[in-house]
Design a binder for this molecule. Structure first.
Ligand SMILES: C[S@@+](CC[C@H](N)C(=O)[O-])C[C@H]1O[C@@H](n2cnc3c(N)ncnc32)[C@H](O)[C@@H]1O
Length: 546
């Protein structure tokens, strides 16, 4: 079954053209009667490959009810609520597409005055709740969303901050059945209420809903609960191919536990942010189907802190409990005592899931110890140095960072989180991607370096992003483009024969095919097709016919 392919196929009962089963998308039905008949004759035991289970630590989570193959499609689900992000750029309230250009170029909703794409978006189901509520009190926004001041004019805030109220309004105005479903999601309300920023957000949204829209049935506590539910469960969603961005809350998506080494990932399909869940690796029956709530390149210290402060739990997954962080030692620094003696030993946490734990040299003969506070301070300095590079497009800045921190006086080792992040930036942002460093412009040495980086990071991906992960697919795509450039040069310089080039190109095609088989989600279709066309163009240019 191709989960992202056509939703049409032959009916499982009569063979007539039919629509896919909404539970598993593996079989098709021409209508309700045949769906029911097939369900009763056994499909109910094989339909969904997951169920909601409970665990004392995880709370509710999704459990695999059958063995799930890597790359398999686990579910597809529509959002309960979706809309613009809390702090959004101007987007259309109908379709969440970015509004390009100036306010004068945008369509203004004739009923509430919010900027939209078109009259079609004005009439959309999406825009109805807030539009109706505003219409009832004659609130007219005006398409530049007005410059607003808050706190009695003390502080001027970004005019687009109004967008933050849209999703809570839609959530509060959900039909009763969906509202009840949403309110049953995890809130962590007490923890959220201890956060001043959260309370500020609640007050601003409540003021708009209660005072401006006069939706007096809702109390501040309802708004707080909705905002807490979103912070705990919602996903930032985007379809770069459609220029859409927003956030969405899915009921089943909200049941998924986090793991720092997940076995599944979310993809967004459809224009209304339906989500699809894909198994990145084989998931055995009975296992938790989990996703990651954060970037896997982060070391344990950052992961633990982020999960505690944003999702309010202490992660104890097998990766966080492993002092070697899957053998990569992402947070470990070099032991300065051993370094002085010409050795390469690293510091290891004495208790990885505790941020307050001391760090100790892994060389038992050394015994150097570093306090948690000192370790956090060193990491803060390193993080700042790395962040300072984020906007740089100069290869030499990245190279200087690597030379300084990996050199004889440096504290980092080749698989430190900062080194891996720098290498990823070099691969995806600089070498082959920015002016002065496009593939054609790269010197032989830099081309070779880019190849080496792709291969190194693919080795790391075997550990951190194995199987059907997006990062692995992107690395494979970059690798194939770099290899094609190398083949072109080698052929031109007569370093290889035409036959050798042809053999190499065949191998490169398998790399591209593998990336395409991972990136089957519609949001990436244009990307993948672009790469395939580019590959074919290059083959033609080389006179190679595969
Ligand atoms: C999106 S919800 C997941 C569903 C939630 N367990 C429930 O019962 O509704 C996120 C919350 O689940 C819990 N959670 C998720 N993954 C966890 C993990 N690996 N360890 C402990 N708690 C986890 C945390 O409370 C977190 O804030």
């Amino acid at each position: 079954m191709d989960p992202f392919g056509s939703e049409d196929g032959p009916c499982a009962v009569c063979g007539a053209p039919a629509r896919a089963c909404a539970g598993c998308y593996a079989v098709y039905y021409c209508g309700k009667d045949h769906q029911l008949a097939h369900w009763q004759s056994g499909h109910k035991d094989t339909c969904a490959t997951y169920k909601i289970s409970k665990d004392p630590v995880l709370g509710r989570y999704l459990e695999a009810t059958q063995d799930i193959q890597a790359g398999a499609f686990i579910m597809k689900s529509k959002p309960l609520v979706h809309g613009p992000q809390m702090s959004s750029e101007p987007v259309c309230l109908g379709c969440c597409r970015r509004l390009e250009g100036e306010p004068d170029d945008w369509y203004e909703c004739t009923k509430c005055g919010w900027p939209l794409c078109s009259v079609k978006c004005q009439e959309s189901q999406q825009h109805r709740p807030e539009c109706t509520a505003m219409g009832k009190v004659n609130f007219f926004m005006g398409k530049d969303c007005g410059k607003v001041t808050i706190l009695g004019g003390l502080e001027e805030i970004n005019q687009w901050s109004w967008y933050g109220s849209i999703v809570p309004i839609r959530a509060l105005l959900l039909p009763p059945k969906e509202y009840k479903k949403m309110m049953a999601l995890q809130t962590h309300i007490q923890e959220h209420r201890r956060n001043p920023e959260f309370n500020f957000k609640v007050r601003s949204v409540t003021s708009f809903i209660f005072n401006t829209l006069k939706l007096r049935d809702f109390k501040e506590e309802d708004v707080a609960t909705v905002l807490a539910i979103f912070d705990t469960n919602a996903f930032e969603v985007s379809r770069p191919d459609l220029n859409q961005m927003g956030r969405a809350l899915y009921y089943m998506g909200s049941m998924m536990a986090h793991s720092c080494k997940p076995n599944a990932r979310l993809c967004h399909v459809g224009e209304e942010f339906e989500m699809a869940l894909m198994a990145e690796e084989c998931i055995p029956r009975g296992a938790s189907i989990n996703i990651t709530y954060m970037d896997r390149l982060n070391g344990t210290l950052k992961r633990l802190t982020h999960l505690k402060t944003t999702k309010y739990f202490d992660c104890c997954c097998m990766r966080c409990s492993d002092p070697t962080d899957l053998g990569l030692y992402l947070d470990s620094l070099r032991c300065t005592e051993c370094r002085a003696a010409g050795k390469k030993s690293l510091l290891e946490s004495t208790s990885p899931t505790k941020l307050t734990a001391e760090w100790r040299c892994q060389n038992s003969e050394c015994g150097q110890r570093v306090s948690a506070a000192d370790m956090l301070r060193l990491h803060k300095e390193l993080r700042t140095a790395k962040t300072n590079l984020d906007d740089s497009t100069k290869f030499s800045d990245y190279k200087d960072f690597l030379d300084k921190h990996l050199g004889p006086g440096g504290l980092l080792h080749p698989t430190s989180t900062y080194i891996l992040q720098i290498k990823i930036s070099l691969i995806f942002n600089i070498l082959g991607h920015s002016s002065g460093y496009f593939l054609k412009e790269l010197s032989e040495d830099l081309l070779h370096y880019k190849l080496q980086l792709c291969q190194e990071m693919l080795e790391i991906a075997k550990i951190l992003h194995p199987g059907y992960s997006r990062t692995r697919a992107f690395l494979l795509m970059d690798l194939q483009e770099t290899l094609m450039e190398q083949i072109k040069r080698n052929l031109k310089d007569k370093i290889i024969t035409f036959e050798e080039a042809q053999d190499s190109v065949k191998k490169v095609k398998t790399i591209l095919d593998e990336a395409a088989s991972i990136l089957r989600e519609p949001a990436r279709k244009a990307d993948v097709e672009g790469k395939l066309q580019n590959f074919q163009r290059k083959c033609k240019h080389l006179g190679i016919n595969l």
